[in-house]
Design a protein around this ligand. Sequence first.
Ligand SMILES: O=c1[nH]cc([C@@H]2O[C@H](COP(=O)(O)O)[C@@H](O)[C@H]2O)c(=O)[nH]1
Ligand SMILES: [Mg+2]
Length: 232
Amino acid sequence: MSITHCIFDLDGLLLDTESIYTECLQKMLTPYGKNFTTDMKVKMMGKSTLEAGQLLIRELELPMTDDEFLVKSNELYIEAFPDAQLMQGVQRLIEYLAKNNIPIAIATGSDEHLFELKTRNHRELFKLFDPIICTNATEVRKTKPEPDIFLEAARKFKQPPLSMSQCLVFEDAENGVQAALAAEMKVVLVPSLPLAAYSSNLVKQATVVLDKLTNFDPEMFGLPPMPPSSAS
Ligand SMILES: O=c1[nH]cc([C@@H]2O[C@H](COP(=O)(O)O)[C@@H](O)[C@H]2O)c(=O)[nH]1
Ligand SMILES: [Mg+2]
């Protein structure tokens, strides 16, 4: 069955923010003599700021409370995120989907206030998404890898899809791919980390795996062809 709706992840998929997270979190850990490893990062990707912080505190046995993590990380994040850039191919793909009246949503573990900062320089593009679902620290919702956020996005489209299998999710993270599959949606994985960091079993379950978003072929999913372009 053809795809009728697309749901996008934010960090590491639409925006080049995963390298910023790594930099900020390493900065935070250095005074404690700790390293921010890829293994740790994989677990945190897609989670809310609070849950990600709780994982970090627990696994690295950091001498700080959840609230201290939220305050410290927020100081670093609000400095760094206004510089966030779009990932390659995003502008062209989103404009193509909007032009063809294909509904697009965002489902992210990002807090709303960080979403505002990250997208500050890209307001026009982000106006094209509806709904946009963020995850605040106080949110009562199961985060990725649970399917809840994608199911909520599907429900909140102005015209919801007839079936979840008509939704195509774009993700860069293991937790996100798992969540999309649990929601019985199709999923394009565009890894933001080296492929070796991902579980090979999960990679196999993704509908498609792409090096970069520019390689996405909408016709594979029954969507109209994308005009060729010189720019991203
Ligand atoms: O190195 C990290 N990457 C990602 C996250 C968390 O994962 C979310 C990624 O959200 P998305 O589902 O949009 O990729 C971020 O907003 C952040 O809460 C994190 O804590 N640390
Ligand atoms: Mg992501």
